[in-house]
Design a protein around this ligand. Structure first.
Ligand code: FES
Ligand SMILES: [Fe+2]
Length: 380
């Protein structure tokens, strides 16, 4: 029997799972080192030679546009370990050149030149390329995996309907209108558990519940949510409203994809995806989308990188205002992270033992934690 299963109910994980340093190190290898992690969107690196960096636990990852492809590598020189690119975003041009002794790599990560050491003289260049990371791009969204053998491509994991609904929005023709990184003194699994239930929505998120259909959200976790690494997700908006916003109205005037070309918006339209156990979710509406990627920093600290997307031609101040665009998720994210910090404080008590979860309201927690336990090699 697993640690979450009890005779008549299931719970979250035992207390030490959210505190222990050794377990956290194991998780970086067995969970974060294996699964698909949402890292960014192709519009963030439009030209060959553009890059951005992305941190997961101890690893700093360099993502570079190489023609039509995206290369992901560990951002570590193969000579003496310098971090190659030290900005969140920038351009390397046609080559990646280490600033220390000028070893030079191609945009595909291959070593092209080790200064004053010819190929084959002491070692073969082919053995000292940058350490590669798997990339899977679905609809312009970039996922990475640090596994030896990549999981199945993201496109094969997301169902046809979710893919078709996202395609309606022309998802390669988006731009990032705003980005925020939030930090929380809480274990990353608390962010996951909170994300896969809406039991807390009415009590924690009064603003979110103005436009969110919280019953439909709970039904999703009860009926449609499965334990896959990546899957389709819709953040359901109440039928009579336009978008997920403070008042349920559009927050960007330039509607996305087909809707911008006059196709009527079907009732309750939404598109998106989620990843687990390392949790990311993307929720798209006819006018905008938001993607959040939660990431581990230590056993008791996490961060959440959030990107807001609008139509690539939408103009700030004309079609949208950033404050208005981000407000509903910004308010909601602060509420969630504040709750998780209080939860971390509470479960640090020696007296804490996990209590029963609701089978109808919190089944997502069971599915997510089973996947987690399975990846950790524990009974699930
Ligand atoms: S550490 Fe990069 S070239 Fe020496
Ligand atoms: Fe929440």
């Amino acid at each position: 029997m697993s640690v979450i299963d009890h005779e008549n109910y299931f719970t979250s994980l035992p207390r030490e799972y959210y505190l222990d340093e050794g377990r956290y190190t194991d998780e970086l290898a067995k969970v974060w080192g294996q699964q698909w992690i949402y890292a960014g969107h192709v519009s963030q690196i439009p030209k060959s030679g553009d890059y951005f960096t992305f941190e997961v636990g101890t690893e700093n990852i360099l993502l570079v546009r190489d023609g039509d492809d995206v290369t992901a590598v560990h951002n570590v020189c193969r000579h003496r370990g310098l971090q190659l690119c030290n900005q969140p975003t920038g351009r390397v041009g046609r080559r990646i050149v280490c600033p220390y002794h000028s070893w030079t790599y191609g945009l595909d990560g291959k070593l092209l030149k080790a200064t004053r050491q010819a190929d084959g003289e002491f070692f073969d260049y082919k053995d000292f390329g940058l350490f590669p990371i798997h990339v899977s791009i679905w609809q312009g969204f970039i996922f990475i995996s640090m596994a030896e053998v990549a999981p199945a491509p993201v496109a094969s994991m997301i169902d046809e309907k979710a893919t078709a609904d996202m395609a309606i929005l022309d998802p390669t023709r988006l731009k990032v209108a705003h980005e925020i990184t939030y930090y929380a003194d809480a274990n990353w699994k608390l962010l996951l558990e909170n994300g896969v239930e809406c039991y807390h929505c009415p009590s924690v998120h009064p603003e979110f519940c103005v436009s969110l259909d919280s019953q439909e959200m709970s039904d999703y976790y009860e009926d449609d949510y499965v334990g896959d690494l990546v899957q389709g997700l819709v953040i359901p908006v109440k039928r009579e409203l336009e978008s997920l916003s403070m008042d349920g109205k559009y927050v960007s005037k330039k509607l996305l994809g087909e809707f911008g070309r006059g196709t009527p918006v079907p009732d309750g339209f939404g598109a998106g995806f989620m990843t687990q156990p390392g949790y990311a979710w993307g929720g798209f509406h006819p006018d905008y989308g938001m993607i959040a990627s939660t990431l581990p920093i230590s056993p008791t600290r996490s961060k959440m990188v959030c990107w807001w997307f609008v139509h690539e031609d939408a103009e700030e101040g004309v079609d949208y205002n950033v404050d208005e665009l981000i407000k509903i998720w910004d308010v909601t994210n602060h509420q969630d992270l504040h709750i998780q910090e209080r939860q971390q404080v509470g479960l640090t008590s020696q007296r804490y033992v996990p209590g029963p979860n609701s089978p109808s309201q919190e089944p997502g927690i069971r599915a997510a934690l089973r996947k987690y336990l399975d990846m950790m090699g524990e009974p699930s």
